[in-house]
Design a protein around this ligand. Structure first.
Ligand code: COI
Length: 351
């Protein structure tokens, strides 16, 4: 496939403090971009990271046809670049595209875009512990029309960003019982912009009350847990790891899937099923609940220290070397090629 390369005049990399990276602010020098013109993906190019001309009428702004992905590239201990499970992001992106009635992205364009961006901006992929290169593929509708219908024209782009940890401390969660995120038949499983927009008010309210994040519950009774604002959730009791099943309202997290597979290799039994708040309270009251943690590409694996439901708080002691940290370390060892990649998760980018 032919990709036009237009390089930036001057790199911004010297201005970046790689020792103190936050999440989602240090965009690398280039982006990959292509447009769908109703028939073909055209004008595939790598270009400098800069503002792009767009019309105020573009339908993504009005009717919300906008989807994205999040995945990470790492510089491993052999100085090689590895992207973690990109095929899974590719598959999920097209599931989101189908749900939002958008154009599918072909596999060769998705992969060539990732590879070319990682190659041209490879200096942004640092080997400092805890850092990675976050890749954000996105697609949005660009038809100029106020008629409510699926757009015929789209932009697909990939942005790269040097990032550190998403969360710097263990989390305090509020179980959300007023607002709802997703219903059966809705868009909960899709990685679409509107799901995140719908989460903001509840999250802002929870933040004001002193919580870091919300834990979404089902829309009908607000009794069954689903996911956090930007990650999936797991609970550990006895030798059992449980997580809400994917029922159309929960994002099919790639870190969620990696954690399920790794936990099984650690000897845990894993159940994907309906989990009620009452069950969690009962497990805690009977001293059976050992750990709760969240998983996500941005968040990795992060422990939950408190869960609050209508003012009833469950406090959990975070032990060193708990399952969350073992899983996090194992994932990191795989991504950095410190251990065997037994599931074949790493995708190597040849520079
Ligand atoms: C991710 O973990 O990649 C996410 O999409 C979460 C968030 C930063 C929106």
């Amino acid at each position: 496939m032919s990709i036009k390369i237009i390089t930036c005049k001057k790199s911004r990399i010297d201005k970046v403090d790689f020792q103190n990276l936050s999440f989602g602010k240090e965009f690398s020098d280039h982006i990959f971009i292509t447009e769908f013109d109703g028939k073909n993906w055209v004008n595939k190019r790598i270009q400098p990271f800069e503002a792009i001309p767009l019309n105020i009428t573009l339908s993504a702004l009005h009717y919300g046809q906008s989807i994205f992905e999040g995945l990470k590239a790492f510089r491993d201990i052999n100085n090689q670049i590895q992207i973690f499970r990109p095929k899974d992001n590719f598959i999920r992106m097209n599931k989101s595209a189908n749900r939002m009635c958008m154009q599918e992205i072909p596999e060769d364009i998705f992969f060539s875009g990732l590879v070319e961006l990682c190659k041209i901006d490879n200096k942004w992929i640092s080997n400092i512990q805890g850092n990675s290169y976050y890749l954000r593929p996105l697609m949005f509708a660009i038809d100029d029309s106020f008629g409510v219908h699926a757009s015929e024209n789209y932009v697909f782009a990939i942005i790269g960003c040097a990032v550190g940890a998403y969360y710097s401390k263990n989390l305090k969660l509020k179980v959300e019982t007023e607002f709802s995120r997703a219903c059966i038949g809705g868009t909960g499983f899709a990685k679409t912009a509107g799901n995140y927009a719908a989460s903001l008010l509840a999250t802002k309210k929870a933040n004001k009350e002193g919580y870091d994040q919300i834990l979404w519950t089902d829309v009908i009774e607000h009794k069954y847990i689903e996911e956090l604002g930007s990650s999936n959730i797991f609970l550990l009791y006895e030798n059992k790891l449980i997580t809400p099943n994917l029922r159309g309202t929960v994002l099919d997290g790639i870190t969620r899937d990696s954690v399920i597979k790794l936990a099984i290799t650690f000897g845990y039994s894993v159940e994907e099923r309906v989990i009620s708040i009452d069950e969690i309270i009962q497990l805690h009251t009977s001293n059976k609940l050992i750990e709760i943690f969240a998983t996500g590409t941005a968040a990795s694996v992060i422990s939950i220290k408190e869960l609050s439901y209508y003012g009833h708080s469950i406090n959990l002691e975070i032990k060193e070397n708990n399952l969350a940290s073992k899983l996090k370390n194992k994932l990191e060892e795989i991504k950095l090629s410190k251990t065997d990649d037994i599931f074949n998760w790493n995708f190597h980018v040849k520079i």
